[in-house]
Design a protein around this ligand. Structure first.
Ligand code: LLP
Length: 418
């Protein structure tokens, strides 16, 4: 059982003020996502500073949290965007990210997405297979728009994270091996329709150890040297995302050490570093608020039933991920262990297991911490549950940035077919 009282809640909660969260829950209802935009700014600046005077560009990974107001905040900080679908690219543009700062990754890009991307003129497309490269070439030829590309190289290095979010091992579907990558670069270099300008790797998410990152950077830097020797004009060294955050008491990668490790491997290479953080920027900048509905005990086991569920925050059910849960209006004394569960019709519907909680009453609000990344963006309408509202806090003021869905929204695309 985790003892939440001993943990550093201010770090996990960002600048959140419990009274402000309580007020937001009363004003906007629950379940509710709340993001602290000032903390998002601080995390971005922290990473930017870590790369110091080096040529570096941060391309925020939209998949972590793609609310337009969050993207707009990132754009105001001069961030670029890492996108995994045409939809995300359109969101990035709508949020104000310049097209020349957008990169497009993903194993299953479709022809219409590739063509649209070429027309939009984004920075580059990360190629994930030889077949995909051939499709990008034919789209570029048809449109008469040469395609700027980078190749996602799979360095076959164990990132030492959860297997579901590990991407840089040869058994993972992502990227191509070093040998194949070289073949793709040679082909692209000789094609009038392809311009290889970058090299990319991303070994996994929630990385807490630096060594796998620097080992990967070393392998990819070696390949880059050989491409440059062949007179290829590689300008960007894209190190992906993945910096882990603290969910409970784990120590994770320090951004300064991270930047130093990459710079060390890049000695002698004059390239612009691209970094694609998602969770690092938004993870601990968001909380999920949920209201206690009922409590019960089964043979000595305590259940706290709340109005938020796996459809709102799926990480605990999907990855057995731990999120700290704290009541907003109760002291953390005299706690007992409880499972915090939602109304969805699945035994796997829980937000936390064996969480120390004080005596609670229905109507009390619980804050599920570190929920700013892969929270709302992975939510669904399972059990015909409207998705939560989202609220931003900036300079002590809370404002709605996505209204709560209603039943009408949920049936809108079906009712005309009755
Ligand atoms: N770049 C690429 C190519 C990626 O695939 C990802 C994440 C990122 C950047 C951003 O990674 P981050 O900095 O956020 O770790 N749903 C999972 C995480 C999946 C990550 C997928 N790719 C979770 O909730 O833990």
């Amino acid at each position: 059982m985790k003892n939440i009282g001993a943990l550093n809640i201010p770090e996990l909660c960002g600048n959140f003020d419990k009274a402000l969260l309580q007020k937001a829950a009363a004003q906007f209802g629950t379940p509710l996502y709340v993001y602290d935009l000032d903390r998002i700014t601080a995390k971005y600046e922290q990473l930017k500073l870590a790369f110091g005077g080096r040529k570096a560009m941060i391309c925020y990974a939209l998949k972590a949290n793609s609310n337009l107001s969050v993207i707009k905040k990132m754009a105001s900080l001069e961030s670029g965007a890492d996108c995994v679908s045409l939809g995300e690219i359109k969101r990035a543009i709508l949020g104000g990210i310049p097209k020349y700062k957008i990169i497009y990754s993903g194993v299953g890009k479709q022809e219409f997405e590739i063509k649209e991307t070429l027309k939009l003129g984004i920075l580059f497309i990360n190629i994930e297979s030889k077949e995909e490269m051939l499709l990008v070439e034919s789209c570029a030829k048809e449109l008469g728009i040469p395609a700027r590309i980078s190749v996602r190289v799979n360095p076959d290095i164990d990132p030492q994270t959860h297997p579901y979010i590990s991407t840089g091992l040869k058994e993972n579907k992502f990227g191509v091996n070093l040998e194949e990558a070289k073949g793709i670069y040679l082909y692209a270099h000789n094609s009038p329709y392809l311009e290889p300008i970058g090299i990319h790797f991303h070994i996994g998410s929630q990385l807490t150890k630096l060594k796998p990152v620097s080992e990967s950077a070393q392998k990819i830097a070696q390949l880059t040297h050989s491409l440059l020797a062949l007179k290829m004009d590689i300008k960007f060294f894209d190190i992906g995302g993945g910096i882990g955050i603290t969910y409970s008491d784990e120590t994770t990668i320090n951004p300064y050490d991270y930047a130093q490790a990459i710079l060390e491997e890049l000695r002698g290479l004059d390239l612009t570093i691209i970094c694609e953080p998602g969770r690092f920027i938004v993870g601990n900048s968001g909380v999920f608020l949920t209201k206690v509905l009922y409590q019960k005990e089964h043979q000595g086991k305590r259940f706290v039933i709340v109005d938020g569920a796996m459809n709102d925050l799926i990480r605990p059910s999907l990855y057995n991920a731990y999120h700290q849960i704290v009541p907003l209006n109760a002291e953390l004394q005299e706690t007992t262990s409880a499972d915090v569960v939602g109304p969805v019709c699945e035994s796997g519907d829980y937000l936390g297991k064996n969480i120390s909680l004080p005596p609670l009453q229905s109507g009390d609000i619980l804050a599920v911490l570190s929920s700013g990344a892969y929270g709302f963006s992975m939510s669904s309408n399972y059990n015909t549950r409207p998705r939560s509202a989202e609220v931003a806090i900036e300079k002590g003021e809370a404002r709605l940035i996505r209204r709560r869905e209603n039943f009408e929204d949920l049936i809108a695309l079906e009712k005309d077919y009755l």
